[in-house]
Write a protein that binds this ligand. Structure first.
Ligand SMILES: NC(=O)c1ccc[n+]([C@@H]2O[C@H](COP(=O)([O-])OP(=O)(O)OC[C@H]3O[C@@H](n4cnc5c(N)ncnc54)[C@H](OP(=O)(O)O)[C@@H]3O)[C@@H](O)[C@H]2O)c1
Length: 229
């Protein structure tokens, strides 16, 4: 069926979990990480003919060339992140520039590059996160860039119509590698479902945004109700 599901940031965490699900459904999948070798290795482990490509979104001038091997695209999901830990008191300019470039320039440059290769019924999901609403220590740049994703999907949904573009904003995803071993009891305490959301649930929500033809230009929060308290 059609083109590939392209997952930029598919070598780890939520992107990898999504790739696994699509491969298990027999879909063509392409994943990316910064290193082409690592992406190829992860893709091979996924099986199902998945392809791996190397792209560093914080080097946006390289993106078009890196995406050259991708031809037909059924759906595009961008989950890539290289989190910094930043506070205004000791602002790390280089780290901030890297992350801001990654999400604010890298994400739209990927969309720009792949737009002519999108299927007529393609959909796009861009990942933000609820640090945009609820900061954590060191999240200054993360909170900023995840907020900007909301603006980005609004303009892209208009520019790319009828292709649909949505944002998914997870709360803290308890079984994602980034949070492994970090103290999260206070967040669990505040979450009405009594636990943190899981990667599997974020994958389900991503597939809903990609599949449901009525969803366009929205910010979907997937947080087990965390924002209610
Ligand atoms: N996990 C959570 O609790 C959570 C909460 C809220 C929002 N989110 C959002 O959900 C998305 C996925 O998060 P995650 O925790 O699943 O991510 P993750 O496990 O940290 O994986 C990040 C992915 O981005 C890739 N990447 C890193 N730096 C990159 C760069 N400069 N250019 C291109 N790709 C790069 C990594 O590939 P390589 O390492 O192979 O280069 C990897 O595939 C992110 O956008 C994040 O903001 C996550």
């Amino acid at each position: 069926m059609g083109g590939a599901i392209v997952i930029i940031g598919g070598t780890s965490g939520i992107g990898l979990e999504l790739a696994r699900e699509y491969v298990s459904q027999g879909r063509a999948v392409a994943i990316s990480g910064r290193s082409a070798e690592r992406a190829a290795r992860v893709a091979q482990d996924l099986g199902g003919g998945a392809r791996g490509i190397g792209i560093d979104l914080s080097e946006p001038k390289e993106i078009a060339g890196a995406l050259a091997p991708i031809d037909d695209v059924q759906h595009l999901v961008i989950t890539a992140i290289d989190r910094d830990s930043n506070h205004i008191a000791d602002y790390d300019l280089a780290a901030a520039e890297r992350l801001v470039t990654l999400k604010l320039v890298g994400y739209p440059e990927v969309v720009h590059t792949l737009a002519p290769r999108l299927a007529a019924d393609a959909a796009i999901v861009l990942f933000g996160g609820l640090a945009k609403e609820r900061p954590y220590p060191g999240s200054t740049t993360v909170s900023t860039v995840n907020g900007v994703v909301s603006g980005l999907v609004r303009t892209l949904a208009c520019e790319l119509a009828p292709v649909r573009v949505n944002a998914l904003h997870p709360g803290i995803v308890g079984d994602s590698p980034y949070w492994a071993g970090k103290p999260l009891d206070a967040v669990i305490e505040r979450t009405p479902i009594g636990r943190l959301v899981r990667m599997r649930e974020v994958v389900q929500a991503t597939m809903f945004l990609l599949d449901c033809q009525g969803m366009n230009g929205v910010d979907l929060f997937v947080d087990g109700g965390w924002m209610l308290r």
